[in-house]
Design a protein around this ligand. Structure first.
Ligand code: FAD
Length: 259
């Protein structure tokens, strides 16, 4: 049995609950902090989020209402946004609860994990829409990473993470030329972050080791070469792309077993 199954902590795959929780957290705790200076940035992020949100109908409806509210305003203070959210959130915003991102204690995983899951699932949803010719013709493959970068720059509280992410994605505009490549770009970037954080035992969850993703156990056909510990050294990117589309297609996950 693997460590996850043994310890019964978290589901193996992300669920709608993980991404709903990511959005509830960011709306309650992050988006209001620098208003009114970030009014346009909040609006821009909410529009991208709503367009590619893979989560529940409840959250989608909440986002529609919030966007409508923002569009009816020319500016907004932090207090006003908090007031709007508190006035309706008990009935309309899902609670924060993690499935895949449930840590072995409350200081582990949680929001940062669910934020990665949200970003990956948004890139996958966009790529699937593109494959089915369902994207508006003015949407460019680099739009999403630019939006994610702006979200991180404006709203993510971890200063060190912001600096790393901005540096790591500084050349994204020259490296992404398709929606498929955008999915793979974020996958490669996340693996680089994992590699850099491997030694930082304090914030890492021992139940969820930071190893190259996907592992051979998760996707045998994705992994072309492994090291002496069976960790992936080289990937087949076609297989990995297909695996990512399946892993992050959250619509299909509502009936999954939790380990
Ligand atoms: P996470 O790394 O958060 O991963 C969540 C889930 O994503 C995994 O459980 C797995 O199912 C899946 N996954 C793993 N790798 C990949 C991949 N390559 N592609 C697709 N899916 C994958 N912390 C720091 O200490 N320093 C930083 O500089 C830093 N930068 C960050 C930048 C961003 C944009 C974000 C969102 C977070 C950052 N963090 C940083 C937090 C850190 O990356 C982790 O989120 C945190 O340590 C929790 O890790 P985790 O083990 O729960 O899994």
């Amino acid at each position: 049995a693997d460590t996850y199954a043994e310890k019964k902590i978290g589901s193996l795959k992300p669920t709608l609950t993980d991404v709903d929780s990511a959005v509830t957290w960011m709306i309650k705790k992050d988006l209001h902090r620098k208003l009114p200076a970030t009014f346009e940035a909040v609006k821009a992020w909410l529009n991208v989020l709503h367009m590619y949100y893979p989560g529940s109908a409840t959250m989608n409806n909440f986002l529609s209402d919030l966007i409508e509210f923002m569009n009816s305003r020319t500016t907004l203070s932090s207090q006003e946004l908090k007031h709007y959210i508190n006035s309706i959130s008990t009935t309309k915003l899902p609670n924060i609860k993690y499935d895949h991102c449930n840590g072995s204690d409350s200081s582990k995983r949680g929001y940062p994990c669910s934020l990665w899951v949200l970003f990956h699932s948004m890139t996958v949803k966009q790529a699937i829409l593109a494959e089915n010719n369902k994207l508006p013709s003015n949407v460019q493959p680099t739009d999403m990473i630019i939006s994610i970068r702006e979200f991180i720059r404006n709203f993510f509280l971890c200063e060190e993470c912001v600096q790393h992410f901005l540096t790591g994605t500084a050349n994204a505009e020259n490296e992404i030329n398709s929606f498929r490549e955008n999915v793979l770009y974020l996958w490669r970037g996340h693996n680089r972050v994992n590699k850099a954080l491997r030694g930082e035992v304090e914030s890492n969850d021992p139940v969820w080791p930071k190893v190259p993703y996907p592992t051979k156990q998760q996707c045998g056909s994705c992994v072309l070469r492994v090291d002496e510990n069976d960790e992936a050294l080289e990937y087949d990117e076609n297989e990995t792309y297909n695996y990512l589309k399946d892993f992050y297609d959250l619509q299909n996950l509502s009936n999954q077993k939790t380990t």
